[in-house]
Design a protein around this ligand. Structure first.
Ligand code: ATP
Ligand code: MG
Length: 228
């Protein structure tokens, strides 16, 4: 794939050569999705010439089992936030899976669904990079996907490379300007009545208001109304 120069900007870091098609995978709780997630996904898409970025909200996160908002609310906010980007797609793979889900299983399923000819790029923020060491089968994760890590300049990834030899050559740091935004902070802001406008897409802010999410610190949110 030809590399594209950005007017006035840096050249893309890792454009794909050869016939393989790149797919980004952005996993997360998305409780709620915010502009940090969206900026990281779009920058990864652009720098690596990815065909699509798949947002995969977690079903029942095994690392955050308490107080997580209903999967359906998190899924709908992710759909609202990504709807205007033609390259962004939201997957129900983990939401519809019974029980806890692991990234390694999701990546296996995605490879099985896509078939040959695709490279998967798992997009994470700086905080999640070293957490990978605590994931199920980190070696297998790196066999199935490369990692695009939205880090600060100078962020030390050497611990990861020492602990997981399979990560060598498969971790691509990118720099993005919205790293300070977090869902934890947004939930705390809603609970205390502080504004979240400009931290999340307008539609997501409206959805949070409509559903009364995050009004209590650490609350899982009100039950969803039954279908008519
Ligand atoms: P929480 O505060 O609840 O942990 P979060 O903001 O970290 O939420 P997650 O859903 O946990 O969001 O994160 C999903 C993915 O997005 C992770 O890989 C995380 O590192 C990454 N991420 C989170 N915030 C940012 C950000 N501001 N910029 C880039 N990536 C981010
Ligand atoms: Mg997080």
């Amino acid at each position: 794939m030809a590399s594209r120069a950005r007017p006035g900007g840096e050249r893309p870091a890792g454009t794909l050569d050869g016939p393989e098609r790149g797919i980004g995978v952005m996993g997360g709780t998305f409780d709620p999705i915010h502009h940090g997630h969206l900026v990281a996904a779009e920058e990864a898409r652009w720098q690596f010439g990815l065909e699509r970025v798949l947002f995969v909200p977690t079903g029942q996160p095994w690392q955050k089992p308490v107080g997580v908002t209903a999967a359906e609310d998190r899924y709908l906010m992710t759909v609202i936030a990504t709807a205007s980007n033609p390259a962004f797609v939201v997957s129900r793979l983990e939401i519809d899976a019974p029980g806890p889900t692991y990234t390694v299983d999701t990546l296996r399923r995605l490879h099985a669904q896509l078939g040959p000819g695709y490279r998967l790029f798992f997009v994470t923020g700086a905080d999640a990079v070293l957490q990978i060491l605590s994931w199920k089968d980190p070696e297998e994760v790196f066999a199935l996907a490369e990692l695009i890590a939205a880090t600060r300049p100078g962020h030390d990834l050497s611990g990861l490379l020492e602990a997981v030899p399979a990560a060598a050559g498969r971790v691509h740091p990118i720099r993005i300007p919205a790293l300070a935004i977090s869902s934890t902070d947004i939930r705390a802001r809603v609970a205390s009545g502080a504004p979240i406008q400009y931290l999340v897409p307008e539609g997501v802010a409206r959805y949070i208001e409509k559903r009364g999410l995050y009004r209590e610190p650490d609350a899982a949110g009100p039950a969803l109304p039954a279908d008519p």
